[in-house]
Structure formats: structure tokens, C-alpha cells
Ligand binder design. Structure first.
Ligand code: OAD
Length: 318
């Protein structure tokens, strides 16, 4: 995809070299197959720290997980490490348990893209399930690194494991084990050393080839293979990064470069930037309505996840 060279006139047609937020908003309204790539920055205002922000990110604050000094921060999410020492992840799972956090304006903005028929798919690296709570339809969401919405026995995935039973063990800070074989039970999140979900593999190619705009929110674009999605799009679509700092320049996002005709960097918190976009789009009332409706469901977080899991198990029995 990336190697296709566009004529000058085709490059001009992408954004008319106007990288203002106003033009980003106007461009959104002309699209029908927007793909969103999301990362941890999107959930920071919900109270979940990201990974790599110096000082505030999880990887700078690992004291309570009691990792030996020889381990790297990513070991917390590495399958071999988990098998040897499940306690640090058990403590982390307790902190992240769904139901404690609410979706952010940025999650609701993605829901609005979906409601208005503009969203092809959101690919999220986040495992916090806030996309589910925001009501983004399941068929519009790909949890590229899995999610907390279900659990399985790592010895044999066919062994039945109840989400509630898993949660009860995590609440006691006791690494959950399978009743049938005593192997560890783990949420369906992708650890380093594991394959990405089938759904990601199945949908990725077509979604990216057909995408007419890419919006990237709250990610350092450091983790493969997820980050490489941005180079699987056609060369004639706009790519918009909403983030505190520029990322993805190592992958070819150009921003201030003289050859840029399609990459836009909206610098700031994703919530501020999506609110500014909504203002130009005339969607502020819609966004406020979704936020108000969310408040009424404040205490339903865990229930919604359990229901989503039941539905998932009925349609894809293990
Ligand atoms: P990172 O922590 O690597 O990057 C988060 C990005 O969001 C950074 O560039 C921040 O500057 C930015 N950011 C933070 N707060 C923000 C805010 N309020 N608004 C906008 N931007 C903000 O997180 P990810 O890129 O999501 O994988 O990390 C990718 C993967 O690395 C995770 O899925 C996880 C981790 O290791 C696994 O565990 C497999």
C-alpha cells in the first residue's frame, strides 16, 4: 500500500494541504469508513494510567508489583513470566478490574462516529473494556490485545471457568486456578509472547485497505504488530494523530515534513481535542447526551461486562 506514489493532484485532493482542526472535522463528515486506532492515552482521564509516560505511566510505577530488579516492566504482561510468577499480574488485574472506571469523552466520540455511520472499526490496544461500556457496538470493535471481558484456563481453553469465580479470587489477591486441572486462569488479554486474536487477523487487512480515514488516539505506537496498521492503509487517506506528543514518526507519519500531504497531529489531551472536533462538527450536544446517559449507568460497569461475556460465550462457545 505505502509504495504507491500519488500524483500531485491526488495528494492535494486528500486534505488540500490544510491540516487545521476545522478541516479535519470537515473531512470526517465526508467519510464513511473511518478506522480508529486507540491506545492507553484514551483511558487516562478515566483514571487508568498509560504505560510509557515518564513519571505517571505504569512502567515508571511498578514498586507495588514487587518485580525482581532483573525483570523489565513488560514482564508484567509476558506469558512465560506469568506462568512462573502470577502474583504481579494478579495485583495488576485487581487494580484494573472492570466496573471501577467510566468511559471518557473520547470513547463517546468513537460511539458517535459509529452512531452517525462513519466508523468502519475501532482497533484498540486497551484491555479495560471501556469501549463496551460506552456502547460502541461489538461488531465495530476489535480488541487487538484482548480484554478483561472473558477468562480462560491456560492449560486447556475448553475447561469451563466462570468470570465471577475468577474475580472472587483476584479480589482475594490469590492467583486464580482452574478447578479441573489446576493450571492458571488468565483473562483473554494478549501477553507478550502470544498471538493476537483471530478477529484482529481476520478483519485487519480488508478494514485497512478499505479505510477512507485513519484516526489514531492516545498511543505511543511502540508495540508491534499493532503500530504497523497505520502503514496498511491506502496512500490517499488522511491520518490524524490525537496525542499529547507526536508519535509514529519512526513509522512514517510526517506531520511538519515538507512532503506531508495527509498526516495531521492534533496535540493535546484526546478529550480536549475530540471536544474541539465535536464543536466544529456540531456534535457537542450529542457528546454531552452520551456523557449524561453514562452517568446514570455509573454503577453498572461490572454487570455490563458479565452480560457481554455471556453473549460472547453463546455466540462463540469455547
Ligand atoms: P503508551 O503508554 O505506550 O502510550 C500512551 C500515549 O498516550 C503516549 O504517547 C502519551 O503521551 C499519550 N497520552 C497520555 N495521556 C494522554 C491523554 N490524556 N490524551 C492524549 N494522549 C495521551 O500506551 P500504548 O501505546 O497504548 O501491551 O501501549 C501499547 C501497549 O504497550 C499496550 O497495549 C500494552 C503495553 O505494553 C501489552 O500489554 C501487550
Amino acid at each position: 500500500m505505502e509504495n504507491i506514489t500519488l500524483a500531485d493532484v491526488e495528494k492535494k485532493a486528500v486534505m488540500n494541504y490544510d491540516f487545521s482542526i476545522k478541516n479535519v472535522a470537515e473531512t470526517i463528515l465526508k467519510k464513511k469508513k473511518i478506522v480508529v486506532m486507540a491506545g492507553a492515552g484514551m483511558s487516562v482521564s478515566a483514571g487508568i494510567p498509560d504505560f510509557r509516560s515518564p513519571g505517571t505511566g505504569l512502567y515508571s510505577n511498578l514498586e507495588k508489583y514487587d518485580l525482581p530488579s532483573s525483570t523489565s516492566p513488560e514482564d508484567l504482561f509476558t506469558i512465560d513470566y506469568f506462568k512462573d510468577n502470577p502474583m504481579p499480574f494478579t495485583l495488576r488485574a485487581h487494580c484494573l478490574m472492570p466496573g471501577q472506571f467510566l468511559p471518557t469523552p473520547t470513547h463517546h466520540f468513537i460511539k458517535l462516529l459509529s452512531d452517525k455511520g462513519l466508523l468502519s472499526r475501532v482497533y484498540t490496544q486497551n484491555i479495560d473494556t471501556l469501549e463496551v461500556l460506552a456502547g460502541i457496538p461489538a461488531d465495530k470493535t476489535v480488541f487487538a490485545h484482548g480484554s478483561f471481558a472473558d477468562v480462560h484456563c491456560i492449560g486447556d481453553e475448553r475447561h469451563p471457568v466462570a468470570l465471577e469465580a475468577w474475580r472472587a479470587q483476584i479480589d482475594k489477591r490469590d492467583p486464580p486456578r482452574c478447578k479441573e486441572c489446576d493450571a492458571l486462569v488468565k483473562p483473554d488479554i494478549v501477553f507478550f509472547g502470544e498471538n493476537l486474536p483471530e478477529r484482529y487477523v481476520e478483519l485487519r487487512r480488508t478494514d485497512l485497505e478499505e479505510a477512507d480515514m485513519l484516526i489514531i488516539v492516545g498511543t505511543s505506537l511502540q508495540v508491534h504488530p499493532f503500530c504497523s496498521l497505520l502503514n496498511e492503509t491506502r496512500a490517499d487517506i488522511p491520518r490524524v494523530l490525537i496525542n499529547l506528543q507526536p508519535s509514529g514518526e519512526h513509522l512514517g507519519l510526517l506531520f511538519d515534513h515538507k512532503d506531508n500531504y495527509r498526516d495531521v497531529f492534533l496535540k493535546g489531551t484526546c478529550d480536549d481535542q475530540v471536544k474541539a472536533l465535536c464543536k466544529v462538527l456540531g456534535w457537542t450536544k450529542d457528546l454531552d447526551r452520551l456523557m449524561q446517559e453514562q452517568k446514570k449507568k455509573e454503577n453498572d460497569g461490572w454487570k455490563i461486562i458479565v452480560e457481554a461475556q455471556k453473549k460472547k460465550r453463546q455466540t462463540q462457545p469455547k
